[in-house]
Design a protein around this ligand. Structure first.
Ligand SMILES: NC(=O)c1ccc[n+]([C@@H]2O[C@H](COP(=O)([O-])OP(=O)(O)OC[C@H]3O[C@@H](n4cnc5c(N)ncnc54)[C@H](O)[C@@H]3O)[C@@H](O)[C@H]2O)c1
Length: 504
């Protein structure tokens, strides 16, 4: 199947990017919009993007002109009649997409392929409006399409194998990394990403951690380029809310029930960067530059002056905490919580901090500390129900004095980093266990589609499956949420003594 003439319906954020990617690969492109205004906006989006590429030296001025010359703009669907492939990229609404596919089916030559860029709707339901479901696929690009390498090629039960092969070959020709997936809500990347994002919103909504601290914890603790709430502001809270709703409808999985706060923000018109306000406040609508608002923390309050710290706990975790206190220049008394200590720090590792605090008989002065990896910049500072504010502030100030970055959170299993990371890894295992995707496909989707530094299976193999299993049990045990039950495959591999790509 040869694809040389393509069409794009909808030249919004994604459509304009997709048209550019096609034109950059020498394809002849027709872009269609609904009104002159939208068409002009789409043309302008494309022009600005090529100018940006020229400025960054990724494109010469002549190549930029040639690229734009390969795209024609139209208000008439009839201009799509001779296209080998048409990609639809209009708003995420099933009724709208079905109406468009019905029209395309009448206009595009019978052997033409119709593709949708939907993030969460059922490709099968969209295909069912046409008389050619065998020639309908999902072609899910990521934002920005010019940059992100992943394309999820969605095959429904009706899609012909040659159509899938043709679209995969096309994606490679575009310089992309195609991963073929079945038609399930959220495909690979969004199914894994949105469960995690939703859990992060709940953490913030329930007061477990502040918005700044959850974002910092994920950036430093997992090495992700963005924290979950800043990423949601970028995606758009309305879009996120809609994707979660669709995913819940299709799966019945409670982890996709959108955290109530998301809906409240949408009702209030706080949609993220695009409206200038979401979790954070921005300089102007559309700007990525954050400005302070009423929730921005002022400089951390200095706690009381600390000279001597009692340190509780055992094992590697306590050594990592001791190293922080050492650099902070305080005297440390091990296994000691006497009245001569100004502060008591419990190395939080598995045991709830409150248990140590109560045993120490002066719970108000006890806070937890966790250094996720030896020498890590991040330190999770744990406030129990008894900790007084001055003790928490003093512990955070010690971390800062030691050149580390503290985040403050409640005393819950997994604190912030583990409570977000391990359920996501567990979801990835369940996805592979269900036969929906393989280990390489999932790792590629998460690194190339979501710009994560490592795929979940690489992380699992490096962490050790036994460690991951134990941590996931701890997170599950505390809340008994069915969606958090450790995947049986994880336990099986631990018993067998092997990892996903490793043995022993
Ligand atoms: N934004 C992302 O990060 C992202 C990533 C991957 C896939 N997607 C998917 O791509 C598709 C488009 O998303 P987007 O972010 O580019 O949206 P967008 O809002 O930037 O553009 C939407 C386009 O939809 C059309 N449209 C809107 N309302 C319409 C109406 N009432 N009637 C007819 N046409 C209408 C217009 O052509 C508009 O250009 C969606 O299916 C979305 O799920 C989005």
């Amino acid at each position: 199947m040869e694809i040389t003439r393509v069409g794009v319906v909808g030249l919004g954020t994604m459509g304009a990017g997709i048209a550019e990617v096609f034109a950059a690969a020498d394809l002849d492109v027709v872009g269609v919009e609904y009104s002159q205004e939208l068409l002009d906006a789409g043309r302008e989006r494309l022009r600005r993007s090529t100018v940006r590429a020229e400025r960054r030296g990724r494109l010469s001025a002549a190549d930029g002109d040639a690229l734009l010359g390969r795209v024609s703009f139209s208000l008439a669907f009839d201009d799509l009649a001779d296209r080998d492939l048409v990609v639809e990229a209009v708003s995420e609404r099933l009724d709208l997409k079905r109406e468009i596919f019905g029209r395309l089916d009448q206009i595009v030559a019978p052997d033409g392929v119709l593709a949708t860029n939907t993030s969460s709707l059922s490709v099968t339901e969209i295909a069912a409006t046409t008389g050619r479901p065998a020639r309908v696929v999902g072609m899910h690009f990521f934002n920005p399409a010019q940059v992100q390498q992943l394309v999820e090629v969605v095959r429904t039960v009706s899609t012909d194998a040659d159509v899938v092969d043709g679209v995969v070959a096309l994606a490679r020709r575009l310089g992309k990394h195609p991963v073929v997936v079945g038609d399930r809500a959220g495909f690979i990347a969004n199914a894994l990403l949105f469960g995690y994002l939703n859990r992060a919103v709940s953490m913030y909504e329930t007061g477990h951690v502040s918005r700044e601290d959850v974002d910092t914890a994920v950036r430093l603790g997992c090495g992700y380029p963005m924290g979950p709430l800043e990423l949601l502001d970028l995606i758009g809270l309305d879009t996120a809310n809609q994707i979660l709703a669709t995913m819940y409808r299709q799966t019945g999985d409670r982890s996709y029930v959108a955290a109530p706060l998301l809906g409240r923000f949408v009702t209030a018109g706080r949609l993220g960067r695009k409206t200038g306000r979401g979790f954070y406040t921005y300089e102007a609508p559309g700007s990525g530059r954050r400005v302070d608002d009423g929730l921005t923390p002022t400089a951390r309050r200095d706690g009381h002056r600390v000279r001597r710290v009692g340190l509780l706990g055992s094992g590697d975790r306590v050594r990592a905490v001791a190293a922080v206190l050492d650099v902070a220049g305080v005297e440390v008394g091990r296994d000691h919580a006497g009245a001569d200590c100004d502060l008591v720090v419990a190395a939080a590792s598995g045991v709830r901090v409150i248990e140590l605090a109560v045993a120490a008989e002066r719970p108000a002065s006890v806070v937890g500390m966790n250094v996720p990896a030896p020498g890590a910049e991040l330190v999770e500072v744990v406030r129990t129900v008894e900790s007084d504010d001055a003790a928490v502030a003093a512990a955070a100030a010690l971390c800062t004095a030691a050149g580390r970055t503290p985040v403050v959170c409640g005393d819950r299993a997994g604190l912030v980093v583990d409570a977000l990371l391990f359920p996501y890894l567990n979801d990835a295992v369940r996805m592979v266990e269900s036969g929906y995707a393989d280990v390489d496909g999932v790792d590629a989707a998460m690194t190339l589609g979501c710009a994560l530094p490592k795929g979940p299976f690489q992380v699992l193999d490096e962490t050790g499956l036994d460690v991951a299993l134990a941590k996931q049990w701890r997170v599950y045990d505390e809340v008994r949420e069915p969606g958090l039950v450790p995947a049986p495959l994880l336990a099986e591999l631990v018993t067998a003594g092997r990892g996903f790509r490793t043995t022993g």
